[in-house]
Design a protein around this ligand. Structure first.
Ligand code: ATP
Length: 304
C-alpha cells in the first residue's frame, strides 16, 4: 500500500535519515522503534508530506505522494507526537471540527462520528470538553479525530508516550481493530515492549534501519549464543568485564549480565574466562535473546 524508497534527509549538518526503505501493507501494523533523535519523527513527517526529503520517493498505491500532497492528505491520517485537540471544544465539537476540516458533508460527519463513538466508547462523554479528559481519553479522541475522514493509512508518532498502561493497552486494541478492517498502520514508539503488538518492526537508529522483520524473526537473527550471568555484586562484575575489554560482549540488564558469545568460544571457555574475575558468580545459563538484546546488539554495531 505504501512504498518508501531510499529516503534521506539532512538538517544543515545533521543527517537525520540515511536511505530508509520499506513497504507497509494493507492491514499491517509496522512499528518504528528507536531512541530519541533516531529519526522517527522526521520519517513520519516526510511520509505525510509535511517535510520534503533530500532524496528518495514514496508511493501510495503506485502514486508518488511527494508530487501529490492532496492524495497523501486525503488518504492518510497523521497523529503527531503532541496532538492538538481543541481544549475548549467538547468531544463532539472536536470530531465535527475535524470532519469539516477534511471537507466531509454533514451526513458523513454524523455517520462517522457515531461509528467512532462505538469504536472508542467515548459517547457517554460527548459533551465533555477535551481539556477535561484523562490522558487516555484524549489519546482516543485524537485518534478518532484523525479517523473522521476514514484514511486507509494511519501514521502515529509515539501515541503511547505519557499514557498509563491500561489506556495504552486499550489504545492498542483499537489499532488492532482498525488493522483487521484493512487499515495500514505505521506507529513509532520508544517502548520496546510495544514491538510485540506489531506485525513487523523496524529498529531505527542514527537515521538508518538496523533491522526490519517480525518480532520473533528478529530475535532469531542473532547468530551469537547468549548467556545470562548472575552475581551478588553484578555492577562490579560488569565493570570487570568492561575493564577486561569485553565491552562488545556484555550488557547490564539490572539484575543480570547478558554475555554474547560473538567469538563463538563456547560456554566452557566463557566459564574459564569468568573464573579470572574477582566478583563471585552465582549462575551462568544459555538464554533466548529478547528484542532488547537484538536492539542493543545493533546499537553497538552502529557505534563501532
Ligand atoms: P524524538 O523522539 O526525540 O522526537 P526522533 O527519533 O523522532 O526523536 P527526529 O526528531 O526525527 O528523531 O530527529 C532526528 C535528528 O534530526 C536528531 O538529531 C534531531 O536533533 C535532528 N533534527 C530534528 N529536527 C530538526 C530541525 N528542525 N533542525 C535541525 N535538526 C533537527
Amino acid at each position: 500500500m505504501l512504498q518508501v524508497e531510499n529516503i534521506s534527509k539532512s538538517y544543515l549538518d545533521v543527517n537525520a535519515l540515511r536511505g530508509v526503505s520499506f513497504e507497509l501493507n494493507k492491514g499491517e501494523i509496522l512499528g518504528l522503534i528507536g531512541p530519541d533523535g533516531a529519526g522517527k519523527t522526521t520519517l513520519l513527517r516526510i511520509i505525510v508530506t509535511l517535510l520534503k526529503p533530500n532524496s528518495g520517493s514514496i508511493f501510495l498505491n503506485d502514486s508518488n505522494i511527494i508530487q501529490n500532497r492532496t492524495l497523501a492528505r486525503t488518504q492518510m491520517g497523521y497523529m503527531p507526537e503532541r496532538f492538538s485537540l481543541y481544549q475548549d471544544l467538547t468531544i463532539q465539537e472536536n470530531l465535527i471540527f475535524f470532519g469539516e476540516l477534511f471537507g466531509l458533508e454533514p451526513e458523513a460527519i454524523h455517520n462517522n462520528m457515531e461509528k467512532l463513538y462505538a469504536f472508542s466508547n467515548l459517547k457517554p462523554f460527548y459533551n465533555r470538553k477535551a481539556g477535561a479528559l484523562s490522558g487516555g481519553m484524549k489519546q482516543k479522541l485524537a485518534l478518532s479525530c484523525m479517523l473522521m475522514h476514514e484514511p486507509k493509512v494511519l501514521i502515529l508518532d509515539e501515541p503511547s508516550t505519557g499514557v498509563d498502561p491500561v489506556s495504552r493497552h486499550e489504545f492498542w486494541k483499537l489499532l488492532h481493530l482498525l488493522a483487521t478492517e484493512g487499515t495500514a498502520i505505521l506507529v513509532s514508539t520508544p517502548y520496546l515492549e510495544e514491538a510485540q503488538e506489531c506485525d513487523r518492526v523496524a529498529l531505527i537508529n542514527n537515521g538508518q534501519f538496523m533491522a526490519l522483520g517480525k518480532p520473533d524473526e528478529l530475535t532469531q537473527q542473532l547468530e551469537a549464543e547468549l548467556f545470562e550471568i548472575t552475581s551478588p555484586t553484578i555492577t562490579s562484575l560488569y565493570e570487570e568485564f568492561i575493564a577486561a575489554d569485553y565491552r562488545n560482549n556484555i550488557e547490564l540488564f539490572g539484575y543480570a549480565l547478558h554475555y554474547s558469545d560473538l567469538e563463538k568460544i563456547g560456554l566452557k571457555q566463557i566459564q574459564q574466562n569468568i573464573k579470572k574475575m574477582k566478583s563471585p558468580i552465582e549462575s551462568i545459563k544459555k538464554i533466548s535473546p529478547s528484542l532488547e538484546d537484538v536492539f542493543l546488539h545493533y546499537l553497538k554495531g552502529t557505534h563501532e
